[in-house]
Design a protein around this ligand. Structure first.
Ligand code: HEC
Ligand code: HEC
Ligand code: HEC
Ligand code: HEC
Ligand code: HEC
Length: 361
């Protein structure tokens, strides 16, 4: 009897697992289907038509030759090297010129953006699946990896303006009075020389905004800083302790490395990315995203969550959906001298979060 219960339990688990797997697969297969369909529709000649017809829907991966990392971002971001998708909708959109000098086969994506390279669902790949939120680097935060590899001399100052500004602020606020950074400084707080390898940008931001809300009993002072100042210090701290290989060493190795798999797209002229991202759309669960996108690091709902920002348990009574959308799109407009960070959320994320927040009555 017990044996049968156990066996049927296993069978049921497998069945559920199978259904779940299928549901998750749909997301990326839909993006690829949309992409190849657009390619076929627009094919200008026989080779392009053949290319589009012969594409199978499959998990695509790059093994970034510089780092030996397995990365599947291109499973969904299939159009990164296709100029016809310059105006496409994410994830079917061409990347900026940066991937000319940093080809995906060598550099992959996560060295700049972060995220989970093996995952094939949007929220997992983007580091928003909740367990330990570490959302992708967006906007100014993307300067940190540039500085890690290139240092201050090789790049135009405006490309790493936030890093340089953050470093200045750390001097101005005399963080060294309490913290060692690369060998000099006080002892009251922990050594920050490798803090960039230990903490996420979101954690660094939240802690600086209100140390006591993140580390119980912290004696670190609360500085009267703007959100941009906090952001820039967080960006600078992210660079501390990163031991990226020097570009020179990378170049030398790259020349001897074999080119890995490439993603070849059809000819540029033949495609119009504007219509490409049809029905396939990521759908977010607003409640899950609240934890996954890092809101809960700073805000609580009920008893769960952080204390850096106000509790949101009844926010639906206080603010309308329109108001919330505006705030999430640009916290700086809503509260000019506040500390809520600009999280560069997408339209779909804002929709989902707003839908969730309005239920909090
Ligand atoms: C399952 C499909 C999927 C995978 C895998 C995936 N993405 Fe995305 N990506 C998307 C979708 C969908 C969007 C648009 C998001 C939206 O509109 O909310 C997007 C948007 C983005 C954006 C820009 C918009 C933003 O939200 O900041 C970046 C950057 C990005 N992805 C990077 C990555 C990286 C790096 C990886 C690999 C670690 C990755 N993606 C893997 C589907 C995917
Ligand atoms: C050398 C660093 C670097 C690498 C490698 C890189 N990106 Fe980017 N990516 C950026 C930067 C910086 C931006 C912002 C636009 C700009 O300034 O070029 C960006 C923009 C994007 C965007 C649009 C979001 C926006 O804010 O405009 C997506 C999507 C994206 N990258 C996905 C990827 C994927 C997928 C890969 C891997 C195939 C990748 N990136 C590799 C640095 C990089
Ligand atoms: C993992 C290390 C790494 C990261 C991160 C990185 N780069 Fe690079 N970058 C390189 C290497 C190596 C080259 C030289 C490419 C080669 O070997 O041909 C390069 C080339 C370049 C070039 C072209 C220089 C030339 O002479 O052609 C520019 C511009 C550049 N990087 C800017 C950036 C920016 C901006 C960022 C951040 C968004 C960034 N890089 C992030 C390693 C990196
Ligand atoms: C009066 C002393 C003092 C000053 C000044 C100070 N801190 Fe701190 N800091 C601390 C103490 C104590 C801790 C440990 C408790 C905690 O985590 O909050 C700490 C912790 C930290 C941490 C967390 C390290 C970790 O990984 O746990 C960071 C990051 C940090 N400080 C950054 C800064 C920056 C940036 C400045 C300047 C703007 C600064 N601190 C100024 C006392 C100080
Ligand atoms: C680093 C901490 C931090 C993070 C992360 C953060 N917030 Fe905030 N938030 C704040 C602070 C602080 C305020 C108070 C206003 C201010 O200072 O800008 C605030 C204000 C708000 C308000 C207005 C509250 C009121 O009573 O009017 C809402 C709604 C909100 N945040 C939602 C979110 C959502 C949703 C996310 C995730 C996408 C998020 N926040 C992420 C710190 C944060």
């Amino acid at each position: 009897m017990e044996r049968w219960v156990a066996i049927s339990g296993i069978v049921l688990t497998l069945a559920i697992g199978w259904v779940m797997r299928d549901a998750l697969r749909q997301e990326w297969t839909a993006y690829q289907a949309t992409y190849y369909r657009a390619a076929l529709l627009r094919a200008a000649n026989e080779p392009q038509r053949e290319w589009a017809e012969s594409q199978r829907r499959e998990v695509k991966q790059i093994i970034a030759s510089e780092f030996d990392t397995v990365e599947r971002c291109v499973t969904c971001h299939t159009a990164i090297d296709n100029p016809a998708f310059r105006k496409g909708t994410e994830p079917l959109r061409e990347h900026s010129d940066l991937i000319q000098s940093h080809p995906p086969q060598r550099f992959g994506c996560i060295v700049c953006h972060g995220g989970d390279g093996r995952a094939v669902t949007t929220v997992e790949a983007h580091g928003e699946s909740g367990v330990r939120p570490e959302p992708l680097l967006r906007g100014a935060y993307l300067q940190a990896p540039c500085y890690d590899c290139h240092g201050a001399e090789a790049l135009a100052p405006q490309v790493i303006a936030s890093v340089l500004h953050g470093k200045q602020l750390v001097n101005r606020y005399m963080c060294n009075g309490c913290h060692q950074i690369e060998g000099t400084g006080g002892e009251e707080g922990p050594d920050l020389s490798t803090v960039g390898t230990q903490r996420s940008w979101l954690w660094l931001y939240a802690h600086l905004a209100r140390p006591q809300a993140v580390t119980v009993g912290s004696t670190m002072p609360v500085f009267a800083m703007s959100r941009d100042q906090i952001r820039d210090i967080a960006i600078y701290l992210m660079t501390l302790g990163k031991t990226s290989p020097s570009p020179v060493a990378i170049s030398a190795r790259a020349r001897s490395a074999e080119d890995a798999q490439t993603t070849e797209g059809p000819g540029a002229e033949s495609l119009d990315g504007g219509e490409a991202a049809g029905p396939a759309e990521v759908t977010y669960d607003g409640g899950a995203l609240f934890y996954g996108a890092g809101c809960a690091v700073c805000h609580s709902v009920g008893r769960r969550g952080g204390q850096v920002g106000p509790a949101l348990t009844h926010i639906g009574r206080k603010r309308s959906a329109r108001d919330l959308k505006r705030l999430l799109g640009d916290p700086g407009k809503d509260t000019p001298d506040g500390k809520m960070p600009q999280l560069s959320l997408s339209k779909r994320q804002i929709e989902a979060l707003t839908a969730y927040l309005t239920t909090l009555q």
